[in-house]
Structure formats: C-alpha cells, structure tokens
Design a binder for this molecule. Structure first.
Ligand code: ADP
Ligand code: ZN
Length: 215
C-alpha cells in the first residue's frame, strides 16, 4: 500500500504506520525519525535541521524534499510505503505530487487520523521516546510505560522526553499543525484521495484502512 498518514502531532501516525507495515511489508517513512537520526549523527542535514526542530518549527521544505526524493527511490519502497509526518505543508504536497508523477508512482490514499485536542495534549505531555535513534520506540508514562522505568523494552537504551515535548514547544507544534498542515486535508480531499478516521485507538484506524483498501 502507498499511503500518506495525516494528523496532528500525537494523533498516532507512527503507531498506525508500524502496525500497517506488518500487514504487507510496506515500509514506514518518518521524516521526524530521519531528522532526529541526522541530528544525533551530527550530519550536515542534522546541523541544518536542529534549531527548527528544537523550537517546534517546521524544517524548510527544500531540506525535506531532498530527503524524500532519495528515500522514495530506495528499492525497499517498491512494495509500498507509509508516509508518516510528510507532507506537512502545501508546497511539500505539491512537490510530492510532481515527484510521484516523475517516478511513476500512484498513491492509494491519504488517511486523516482525527483525534480530539484534549487527547492529543494529554498524549504528548506523557509521551516518552527511546533515545536510541535506530529504535525510537514510543512509550507513555500513563498508558504504556516500559517494563523497567526509563529503560526501553526493545533495546535497553534510556527512554526520554523529547526536547520538543515541553509544554511550550508542544503548543507551538499544534499551532503550526493547524496553520500549515491541516490545509492538506482539503488538498487531498479535492484529489479524491482523502479518508478520515475518527478514532483514538490505533487498532480501529487499522481496521478502517483495511476495510477501505479491500473495498
Ligand atoms: P510529531 O508528528 O510528533 O510532531 P515528528 O517526529 O513527525 O513529530 O517531527 C518532529 C519535528 O521534525 C517537527 O516538529 C519538525 O521540526 C520536523 N519535521 C518532521 N517532518 C517534517 C516535514 N515533513 N516538514 C518539516 N519539518 C518536519
Ligand atoms: Zn529502544
């Protein structure tokens, strides 16, 4: 499957993407994970992206398109992909359309995961992430804590609160979402690709996507 996952920060895009990869071997492509990896590695890309990310601002479209242009042409994308956190702006969505036309790929749909704002806020402040950039497993201090406090179940690395998950950066990220990313819902609706799922349980989102793909 070739899907875009839309939704506010904390809507569960990453969790849904991981569940979907298990269905048919499609790969998850998270621009947030790629960028955090680059920041930790101290690469050029990381150096250019770091300050934007820390403040909860979007990284410039050119940098993101540079990453995606390469990534979408990697052989593992042939089976399918789940775009998690990309596109995030109308210019990125337009550039993605051009890129897909050029490389001859057609999207199945854009899934908008719609979650109430109070649930989002609660999730983001209680979310914890594995600090190992090859793992980046997600936990929640209330609903899904690691077995041993502060230690990742999967790889044993420390589990931390992301630097952009302070209250200030979170409210800024939500504003940025409303202003820059929410317009993509109308953009994909116009193209006849939009599916909106209102659900707080990621398994319900998966079921809805499966049903739609099979119909
Ligand atoms: P979340 O969806 O939880 O906000 P992500 O992990 O997707 O977080 O992204 C973290 C940060 O990485 C964003 O706040 C932004 O600075 C940057 N980023 C990720 N994807 C993009 C993108 N497509 N365009 C611009 N910036 C991005
Ligand atoms: Zn881990």
């Amino acid at each position: 499957m070739k899907l875009i996952l839309l939704g506010a920060p904390g809507a569960g895009k990453g969790t849904v993407a991981k569940l979907l990869t298990k269905m048919d071997g499609s790969v998850q492509i998270s621009t947030g994970d790629i960028l955090r990896g680059a920041v930790q590695a101290g690469s050029d890309l990381g150096k250019q992206a770091e300050a934007f990310m820390k403040a909860g601002d979007l990284v410039p479209d050119e940098l993101i398109m540079g990453i995606m242009e390469k990534r979408l042409q990697d052989p593992d994308c042939a089976k399918g992909f789940l775009l998690d956190g990309f596109p995030r702006t109308i210019p990125q969505a337009e550039a993605l359309n051009d890129l897909l036309d050029r490389i001859g790929i057609k999207l199945d749909m854009a899934v908008n995961i719609d979650v109430p704002r109070d649930v989002i806020l609660d999730r983001l402040t209680t979310r914890r992430t594995c600090s190992n950039t090859d793992c980046q497993a997600i936990y929640n201090v209330k609903s899904n804590p690691p077995k041993q406090e502060g230690i990742c179940d999967k790889c044993g690395s420390p589990v931390i609160q992301r630097e952009d998950e302070t209250e200030e950066a979170i409210s800024h990220r939500l504003e940025t979402y409303n202003e820059k990313t929410a317009p993509l819902i109308g953009f994909y609706d116009k193209q006849g690709l939009l599916m909106t799922v209102t659900a707080t349980d990621s398994n319900d989102v998966i079921e809805a996507v499966k049903a739609k793909l099979e119909s």
